[in-house]
Design a protein around this ligand. Structure first.
Ligand SMILES: [Mg+2]
Length: 167
């Protein structure tokens, strides 16, 4: 039976990584005092589409690059700022030892989410994963959960658990 997990703010602390990214970005670009806090507020814990987020960041700080380019650079950097607690990794190992198929079902871009899975050591501990940006379907659509279950070698009809903080 599969135990499927959300990634951001479930297995990894996305907010912590995002805060670190805003501080780094603001400092590199010389955006001034308050810029990092402004970006954290604008992001509203990941509830604003990143395309919109980077349009607004570009406009506010008069940045020369297109928003799409800023977003791409962010996705390349964020996996380097996330970590997964040792207790979480050990917990997933215990679940697998107990016979569960363990997977991740996450909404996001394939490069960013795959990078996070690989950098945190999660990828080597999972039976499979489904990323909305790679599959063309997003949570809460049931099809993404079904893909995640199948990737773990499980039949979606057999049931299982989905664990997450939000969506
Ligand atoms: Mg989440």
């Amino acid at each position: 039976m599969p135990a499927l997990f959300d990634l951001d703010n479930t297995l990894i602390d996305r907010l912590d990584a995002f805060r670190r990214w805003t501080a780094e970005f603001a400092s590199e670009r010389g955006l001034g005092k308050g810029a990092a806090c402004w970006m954290v507020e604008l992001d509203a814990n990941g509830s604003v589409p990143m395309e919109t987020f980077f349009e607004l960041v570009r406009e506010r700080f008069r940045l020369p690059e297109p928003a799409g380019e800023l977003w791409r650079a962010y996705r390349a950097r964020l996996p380097h700022l996330v970590s997964c607690r040792a207790e979480v990794l050990a917990g997933l190992d215990r679940l697998r030892s107990a016979g569960w198929a363990v997977g991740v079902v996450t909404n996001g871009m394939a490069d960013n989410q795959t990078g996070k899975l690989e950098r945190t050591g999660l990828a080597s501990r999972l039976d499979g994963w489904a990323i909305s940006g790679a599959e063309g379907v997003s949570k809460p659509d049931v099809r993404l959960f079904e893909i995640g279950a199948r990737r773990c070698g499980a039949s979606p009809a057999a049931g299982g658990w989905m664990v997450g903080d939000d969506r």
